[in-house]
Design a protein around this ligand. Structure first.
Ligand SMILES: Cc1cc2nc3c(=O)[nH]c(=O)nc-3n(C[C@H](O)[C@H](O)[C@H](O)COP(=O)(O)OP(=O)(O)OC[C@H]3O[C@@H](n4cnc5c(N)ncnc54)[C@H](O)[C@@H]3O)c2cc1C
Length: 368
C-alpha cells in the first residue's frame, strides 16, 4: 500500500490548484473519477475573472476572490495562460439605483477600481447597450480555464505529484494515525494511505464527506442550482462583458453577456434549483429561450432572436436554498491528527479564487 503525504479527491480547478501548492512540500496523490480533469463545474462556467464586488463584507468569498484575482493574473503572465482584461459593464435601468450606490460603496471599501458612466458615456462605449447609467469594472477579465487547469496539472506533475484519472475515491477512514483511502480504479479496487486527506469533489463533496468519518449532522446540505447558457452566433455586438444588476440574494448575477477568448458571445447563466439527485443533469431546456430573450432585451434591445441557441449548463454546489441568504464558501479542517479538509459550496467565484483557496488550505494545514 503506497503512502502519500497528501491525498486530494477531485481534479477540478480547486483540486488541481491545491495539488500544485502542496506538491512543493510533500508527496501528493490526486484522484479524479472522470476521464478528464476539470470536466464538471470547472469547465461549465463563464470563465470570468471576477473583480470581487459582490460578496458580503468579511466573507471568505470576498477575501479569496480579491486575493485570487491578483494571484491569477500574475500566474497567467508567468505561465503564458491566455486571458484578457475585457472589463465589465454593470447596467442600471434607472439613474442612482440603490444597487449601483451599494456597489460603489463596496468598491471604495475594497479599493477595487470602478468607474461611473452616465448614459452618454455608456452609449459611447457600447452603442448597442441600453441603460440609464453603468459601472465599468476594469479589473474584470476572462481566462482560458482549460489551459489554466492543464498548466496547474503540469506544474504539480513537475513536482512529482501523481495525478490519477478514472479513479473514484469511495471512502477515507482514520487508521493508525493515517487516512486509509479506498479507490475504485479502472483496474479494480485499490487502497492507499495519506497523512492528510482533502475533499475537493465539488457537487459530490457532501456525499464523499459522509464516507469520511464525518458526523452527518456536521455536513452542510447541498442545494444544486443549474445555470444555463445560450450562445449568440455571429459577430459579437459588445467588447465588454455586460451584466445587469445582481439578483437580491446573489442566487445568480442576472443573465449577463460574456465573451470567450475567440470573441464569441454567450448569455447566461440563469438559475434553476434542482433536486439533490439531479447533479448529473446538464440539459438545457429549450423553453428557457423566451425568459433569456426577455431578460437580454432589457439591456440589449436590438437582440436578433434567431441568433440565440441553447448551449451548455453548469451546476452550482450551493449551500443555500432560493429563500435563504447567500452562503459563504465552507472550507473546513475537520480532523487534526491525521488532518482532513473538506471544501463545500465552492460556487462562483471559485475559479477566480482557486489559487487563493489553495493558499488557504495550505495555511489551515500549517496551523493544524
Ligand atoms: C454556471 C456557473 C458559472 C460560473 N462562473 C464562474 C466564473 O465566471 N468565474 C468564477 O470565478 N467562477 C465561476 N463559477 C464557479 C467555478 O466554476 C467553480 O467554483 C469551480 O469550478 C469549482 O471547482 P471545483 O474543483 O471545486 O469543482 P469541480 O470542477 O466540480 O471539480 C470536482 C471534481 O471532483 C471529481 N469528483 C467528484 N467525486 C469524486 C470522487 N468521489 N472521487 C474522485 N473524484 C471525484 C469530479 O469529477 C470533478 O472533476 C461558475 C460556476 C457555475 C456552475
Amino acid at each position: 500500500m503506497a503512502e502519500f503525504d497528501f491525498c486530494i479527491a477531485g481534479g477540478g480547478v480547486v483540486g488541481l490548484a491545491i495539488a500544485r501548492a502542496l506538491s512543493r512540500s510533500g508527496s501528493v496523490l490526486l484522484a479524479e473519477k472522470n476521464d478528464l480533469f476539470g470536466s464538471e463545474t470547472s469547465s461549465r462556467n463563464s470563465e470570468v475573472i471576477h473583480a470581487g464586488l459582490y460578496y458580503p463584507a468579511g466573507s471568505l468569498k470576498e477575501r479569496l476572490c480579491l486575493q485570487g484575482k491578483a494571484l491569477l493574473y500574475d500566474f497567467c503572465n508567468r505561465h503564458n495562460v491566455p486571458y484578457r482584461r475585457t472589463g465589465k459593464l454593470i447596467i442600471a435601468p434607472t439613474a442612482n439605483h440603490p444597487k449601483i450606490q451599494a456597489l460603489q460603496t463596496t468598491a471604495a471599501r475594497l479599493n477595487i477600481p470602478l468607474q461611473y458612466l452616465d448614459q452618454h458615456a455608456l452609449t459611447a462605449l457600447e452603442p448597442d447597450v441600453q441603460g440609464q447609467c453603468a459601472l465599468l469594472s476594469p479589473t474584470t477579465g476572462i481566462i482560458d480555464s482549460h489551459h489554466y487547469m492543464q498548466t496547474l496539472a503540469q506544474l504539480a506533475q513537475a513536482n512529482n505529484a501523481l495525478l490519477m484519472r478514472q479513479t473514484h475515491v469511495s471512502a477515507a477512514r482514520v487508521k493508525n494515525n493515517h487516512w486509509q483511502i479506498d479507490l475504485q480504479t479502472s483496474d479494480g479496487p485499490y487502497q492507499t494511505s495519506a497523512s492528510v486527506f482533502i475533499n475537493a469533489t465539488g457537487l459530490h463533496a457532501q456525499q464523499l464527506a459522509s464516507q469520511c468519518d464525518m458526523n452527518s449532522a456536521d455536513i452542510p446540505p447541498l442545494y444544486p442550482c443549474r445555470g444555463h447558457y445560450f450562445s449568440y452566433s455571429g459577430k459579437a455586438p459588445f467588447s465588454h462583458l455586460i451584466y445587469p444588476l445582481p439578483e437580491d440574494n446573489l442566487t445568480g448575477l442576472g443573465i449577463h453577456a460574456t465573451l470567450d477568448l475567440s470573441g464569441q458571445v454567450r448569455f447566461g447563466p440563469d438559475t434553476q434549483y434542482l433536486h439533490r439527485n439531479q447533479i448529473d443533469d446538464y440539459q438545457v431546456p429549450t423553453e428557457r429561450e423566451s425568459a433569456f430573450y426577455a431578460a437580454i432585451r432589457n439591456y440589449f434591445p436590438g437582440i436578433d432572436r434567431q441568433r440565440l441557441h441553447a448551449d451548455y449548463a453548469g451546476i452550482r454546489p450551493k449551500l443555500h436554498s432560493a429563500s435563504q441568504p447567500a452562503a459563504d464558501f465552507d472550507i473546513r479542517l475537520t480532523h487534526v491528527t491525521p488532518a482532513a479538509i473538506h471544501l463545500f459550496g465552492i460556487e462562483s467565484p471559485g475559479l477566480t479564487s482557486s489559487l487563493a483557496i489553495a493558499q488557504e488550505v495550505t495555511e489551515l494545514l500549517q496551523m493544524a
